[in-house]
Design a protein around this ligand. Structure first.
Ligand SMILES: Cc1ncc(COP(=O)(O)O)c(C=O)c1O
Length: 397
């Protein structure tokens, strides 16, 4: 086994989800808060476009490695419509999901030893894809007291002469944090001032609640545009996690290099999935508005119920579909004869005792927290959190 690949850890979020699904398949009444995927089916008009593509012999063949030209065009148009950023198809690479977009973007710009500042709690895939590209992830931790938002002062304290990139994600997985326009601007200006690249992950752009607003970093700070890479995809907006379509938007030379890499690694993304993505990004945002309404309702329920538990503190997430409560005050307490010392042990206890799957904060670089995805049905959500409430009410010194 090579040192490079041998050191990659399993995706903790997928592992929790797999464990929960296996228990469910074995007949256990498990409720899963692990997976970061909408519980809705993909809207019909998108599925229909895929069915039609299946019947078209043009799609039975290889197509350009970097994506169907009409999809790249539609992604450029959608980016202008939703973010106000004018890009050309040559700035776009269609990838096998946001994950491949992130991997290829880092591979295209990092040299061995280049440092990438990664605000923590971070989505578990970022540090692994940075390491795979030879880079060094440098976490900067923000806790619940700032709503999990890092400040420019913190970023500056982590900057060295090896820093090449700052990763930015708003709305965030795993915390649901959304940065205000002024905060986005401050991060972007700081990066521009120091000649850094920004990789900004906009996959949750349409999932913001209440007063919160999404702001695209290269639109707020146009001077960074030629050192900015945007990652996005259809997974979360259109309930299309299984279709595997994402994209990179960036400077043409970076996109060209990443396309070359993809041409050898995986070639074109499945044409059927690309045709579905084309229908998704060319259509309106009605379906996501409906899903957002449901997520918002569930968000309010889960945050209220979690905060009712002694020892749990959950700031209100303003975006995505995750709650990220601190459980630090519960660690070391006795619960059903055990004393969980870490959030990993607490998550195990919750799964074993009340058959509810949650992801421990260790997966996101911050022990002492749990991540609960609230993209599941209202009844399951209420029942699952009620089980956690009942169990944790038994905690004793
Ligand atoms: C922040 C973030 N970025 C990117 C992705 C990648 O999504 P996909 O590879 O399913 O398109 C996810 C999925 O969980 C995510 O949470």
């Amino acid at each position: 086994m090579s040192a490079r690949v041998g050191s990659i850890s399993e995706s903790a979020t997928l592992a929790v989800d797999a464990k929960a699904k296996a228990l469910k398949a074995a007949g256990r009444p498990v409720i899963g808060f692990g997976a970061g995927e909408p519980d809705f089916p993909t809207p019909d008009y998108i599925v229909e476009a895929a069915v039609e593509a299946c019947r078209d012999p043009r799609f039975h063949r290889y197509t350009p490695a970097g994506g169907l030209p009409e999809l790249k065009q539609a992604i450029a148009a959608k980016t202008l419509r939703d973010s106000g950023w004018a890009v050309e198809p040559a700035n776009v690479l269609v990838t096998n999901g946001g994950k491949q977009a992130i991997y290829e973007a880092f591979a295209a710009i990092l040299d061995p030893g280049d440092e990438v500042i990664v605000p923590a709690p971070y989505w578990t895939t970022y540090p692994e894809s940075i390491r795979l590209a030879g880079g060094v992830p440098v976490p900067v931790v923000a806790d619940e007291t700032t709503g999990y938002r890092v400040s420019v002062e913190q970023l500056e304290a982590a900057r060295t002469e090896r820093t090449k990139v700052v990763l930015f994600v708003s709305p965030s997985n795993p915390t649901g944090a959304v940065y205000s326009k002024a905060q986005v601007e401050a991060v972007g200006r700081w990066a521009a001032e120091h000649g850094l690249w920004v990789l900004t992950d906009e996959i949750y752009e349409h999932l913001v609640y209440g007063e919160a607003e999404f702001h695209s970093l290269p639109v707020v700070v146009p001077e960074i545009a030629d050192r900015c890479i945007v990652v996005n995809g259809v997974a979360k907006t259109y309930a299309m996690t299984g279709w595997r379509v994402g994209w990179v938007i960036g400077p043409k030379d970076v996109v060209k290099a990443a396309t070359n890499l993809q041409s050898h690694a995986t070639s074109n993304v499945s044409n059927v999935a690309q045709a579905a993505a084309l229908a998704a990004v060319s259509g309106d945002l009605e379906a996501v508005a409906k899903m957002r309404e449901a997520f918002d309702r569930r968000r309010r329920t889960i945050v209220r119920m979690l905060n009712e538990i002694n020892g749990v503190e959950c700031p209100e997430p303003e975006g995505a579909f995750y709650a990220y409560p601190s459980v630090k005050a519960l660690l070391g307490k006795e619960i059903r004869g055990r004393r969980p010392q870490s959030s990993v042990e607490l998550a195990e206890l919750i799964l074993e005792e009340v058959e509810v799957a949650v992801v421990p904060g260790e997966a996101f670089g911050t022990p002492g927290y749990l991540r609960l995805s609230y993209a599941l049905g209202d009844e399951d959500l209420a029942e699952g959190v009620a089980r956690i409430q009942k169990l944790l009410a038994e905690a004793r010194d």
